[in-house]
Design a protein around this ligand. Structure first.
Ligand SMILES: Nc1ncnc2c1ncn2[C@@H]1O[C@H](COP(=O)(O)OP(=O)(O)O)[C@@H](O)[C@H]1O
Ligand SMILES: C[C@@](O)(CCOP(=O)(O)O)CC(=O)O
Ligand SMILES: [Mg+2]
Length: 433
């Protein structure tokens, strides 16, 4: 059996309102970013070898297929229509079995990434699938609140679901409007990528992988009852808001910040509960404003007010950082709009909902001050496509060698090179589920 090389890609996200409270079953609003993760899957030189190359986190690792305890793991997987059935939580016995092949992975960062890969690989693939090489490259900053963990998990889940033949071929171009309400392929990818997020974070709400899978903009709510699916309300007419994204470059880990909020919640349940309830009301207010048929200045002002309130509540939960506060102070001093942290906080990124009438000169002055502090400002657009796939047969013969070459893919030096080669030049060739 031979497998042709292919690429998959999934977007990062911006949480506009409701990070952290999302973990406690409150609604949150998020949209897909134009920055994405890409995964190239190519046949391994030795078809018995599975090789991982995650250059963004300086990880290269390989396993011989025979090293993987397939039989032990299979005992804990149930199949329905030959598809593995998703479990509520990660299966501890599978984690234990995998630890035997992860013994020589020393850093926690690499261990988590390998575990995420192998957990999905052993559930979604089987030992008869030839060894492949998996190379991930992201145009997103990693660990900065823009969902790099989730889009990596979505890339892995979709590629492995394709290898395991659990999803049909992605066949819609970006230009085609897909109107079907149910999409079992995307639901499959979403639910398995959540397992990948669980390997990265422990207790994710599921909002990041949902946005990376389906794209667009959503109001998302995790249900607190076991075995109940989360609720995703697609926001088709996401209002045109000018948004500035600024990365403090202060590293942090989502798992640790989610753990800190859990600690505050345990220590002061009534107090923290009231903050989380306030976030819920705020998100519902924002949603009602966003879907108003007339969306004008009044609505934009209200959304900015809610951004400020949301940031204040996140500060109260203890997830801000002096660098995030500095962004807020600079933004407020120049009166560019309203600023809040986005994602898990503790560093990472802030978003500013920019006033329509702010002069370009003033905006540039604020951006210059961000840069002087060592921060990076992004211009991105919101609400793009979710997970997509690029197959050999969708690319003209003269371009194939470059597009699917591990050497070329590995040699991209920066965001612009990746986007030029994989997005701008061949965007119409990508297919979506
Ligand atoms: N391109 C990538 N290659 C490999 N692992 C990645 C990549 N992007 C993200 N990850 C994984 O996700 C982790 C960061 O996730 P997290 O702390 O949730 O921050 P965020 O999702 O906001 O970027 C990294 O430490 C790494 O384990
Ligand atoms: C803090 C949280 O609401 C968002 C985390 O996003 P990120 O990993 O910081 O991009 C956690 C979650 O919803 O899973
Ligand atoms: Mg994350």
């Amino acid at each position: 059996m031979s497998v042709s090389p292919f690429l998959v890609s999934a977007p990062g996200k911006v949480i506009i309102y409701g990070e952290h409270s999302a973990v406690y079953g409150k609604p949150a609003i998020a949209a897909a970013l134009s920055l994405r993760a890409y995964l190239l899957v190519t046949p391994s030189e030795d078809l018995n070898v599975i090789r991982l190359d995650f250059p963004d986190i300086e990880l290269t690792h390989s396993w011989n297929k025979d090293e993987i305890p397939w039989e032990d793991i299979r005992k804990y997987i149930t199949f329905e229509d030959e598809k593995p059935v998703i479990t509520e939580e990660l299966v501890p016995e599978i984690i234990d079995s995998l630890s035997t092949v992860l013994g020589n992975v020393d850093s926690k960062l690499h261990y988590t990434a390998c575990l995420c890969f192998l957990y999905l690989y052993t559930n979604l693939c089987n030992k008869d699938i030839p060894g492949m090489r998996f190379i991930v490259k992201s145009t997103l900053p990693i660990g900065a609140g823009l969902g790099s963990s989730a889009c990596t998990a979505v890339c892995l889940a979709s590629a492995l679901a394709r290898l395991g033949k659990h999803v049909s071929a992605a066949c819609h171009t970006a230009a085609e409007k897909v109107t079907k309400k149910e999409n079992s392929d995307l639901d499959f990818i979403d639910s398995w990528s959540l397992m990948g997020e669980k390997c990265f974070h422990g207790n994710p709400s599921g909002i990041d992988n949902a946005v990376a899978t389906y794209g667009g903009a959503v109001m998302f709510q995790r249900t607190t009852l076991p075995s109940q699916p989360s609720v995703r309300t697609t926001m088709r007419n996401f209002p045109p808001i000018k948004l500035l994204l600024t990365n403090t470059k202060v590293p942090r880990s989502t798992a640790a910040l989610v753990g800190n909020v859990a600690q505050v919640n345990r220590a002061y349940p009534k107090c923290a509960g009231s903050i989380l309830d306030a976030m819920e009301h705020l998100v519902l207010e924002a949603y009602q404003i966003m879907i108003r048929p007339t969306f004008g200045k009044e609505e934009k002002d209200q959304l900015r007010e809610l951004v400020n309130i949301n940031h204040g509540l996140l500060v109260a939960l203890g997830v801000s950082h002096p660098a995030l506060e500095k962004i807020k102070i600079i933004g407020d001093t120049h009166n560019i709009g309203s600023t809040k942290l986005t994602g898990a906080g503790g560093g990472g990124c802030a978003i500013s909902l920019v006033h329509d009438d702010v002069e370009e000169e003033v905006l540039q002055k604020a951006i210059k001050e961000f840069e002087n502090e060592g921060y990076e400002t992004f211009e991105t657009s919101l609400g793009g496509k979710g997970v997509g796939c690029l197959s050999l047969e969708d690319v003209s013969k003269d371009k194939r060698e470059n597009v699917f070459s591990a050497e070329v893919f590995s040699s991209f030096k920066d965001r612009d090179e990746v986007e030029k080669a994989l997005k701008s030049e061949i965007y119409e060739s990508w297919r979506f589920w």
